[in-house]
Design a protein around this ligand. Sequence first.
Ligand code: UDX
Length: 468
Amino acid sequence: MRIAVVGSGYVGLVAGACFADLGHDVILVDNDEGKLAALRNGETPIHEKFLPELLERHRGHRLQFSHDLHEAVRASSAIFVAVGTPPTDRGDADLSYVESVAREITGAISEYKVIVEKSTVPVYTSEWVRRIILRNGADPECFDVASNPEFLREGTAVTDFLFPDRIVVGCDSERSAQLLRQVYEPLTSGSYYQRSDAIPQPDRASIPAPMIVTSSKSAELIKHASNAFLAMKISFINAVASVCESVGADVKQVCTGIGTDARIGRRFLNPGIGYGGSCFPKDVMAFRAVARECGYDFRLLDEVMHINEEQRQRFLRKVRSALWTLRGKRLGVLGLAFKGGTDDIRESPALFIVQALLQEGCKITVYDPAAMGHIEKELKSNLQCASSAYEAAAGADALLILTEWEEFANLDLHRLTSALKYPIVIDGRNLYDPELMAAHGITYYSVGRTASHSESVPAGVRNGQKKA
Ligand code: UDX
């Protein structure tokens, strides 16, 4: 099938490369000539496992890059719209890019095509897209608008796309549903998974991929409700972690206890410094705004956002209670990305914490395995950048762990303690066992667990820290 993907951001680029891997002919359209040139030259603009291989495999063959939206639409049966939907000042999604694509493609719709929303958009967007295309003179028999939300996570985007828990297609006509079934046929029939060159299967893959066909409005809601639910799960466990800290319970044990209930599940139940990234913060806010507009006061989501913000403040209080005064203190920081496995620092709670500590007069040396290149110039001038975790720890009053990178969970603790000025680790991601840290003489603060104090800390100071 010939497919156009409009927008070469995270979702568009991954979807384009994966559609090509399923055997379709894909034209990826973007109006940023610089980005297109980089893609044509073999660059991969985002840090994403398997993406360089897929781009290499299909570039110039099944995957073309173009700025000509009209030509791409004319040549394709399915047009996936994956342009940005940034938040406005009011918290709802700015759909002006979606609207302008709808307007622009109208002239190229001469035979039947399905326009598919791939960006995360609020309910009613597909109705509006349809209305805009009709207003601009397209024949109603020549197109349908469908919604096919994407659930991919950064860092595992390619495997999430090719081994999805489910594929949701929201279609209001059988003709469009049929076309989308064809697009995903290699996944739903399982034929893709039998290929010797298929991307390796991750754990817990549902094979063949199940497809859920719904109305377009339901599909739009499924996307927002899924992200809001996951964010709620994280805020819930962060709130439970705060209670654990007050009563001296261990949140990891609590997570195992509640997560083994199949109705709850263990995944997305890790407490930390709150969720970040380009999706959860934006989507929870947008879903809140959508509900308000539809006449429902979704206050539960206000609390989800409030707990998330409070979680960062709690972490900052922990740093203060571990170090007493902050002005002039040297801190080693591990992690800037909003989560492990990605170079993305958008809405990163780690970045927020670093900025807050700089304002309090700390001197910070930071290390992140992938995100260092994304630090803004102004911030960079206030930071020292290290090229390893041990370099970040060298001479520091304490080490802060802010991103759940696997390499941060496997540090050589002897090497770490000899690098640090004081053996204090404040872990916002619960990567270590408090007993192990205590055995290495490390004073260790984590989330939802009692702090463990190294024997070398005088008892009076220890008590003071506990009280604070
Ligand atoms: C998310 C959704 O998971 C995905 O389905 C959607 O398409 C896009 O948004 P992503 O933003 O890539 O994906 O990140 P995700 O892995 O969901 O993590 C989001 C944030 O939650 C990160 O900051 C992460 O550190 C945090 N998180 C996640 C926790 O704090 N605890 C958890 O248990 C899981």
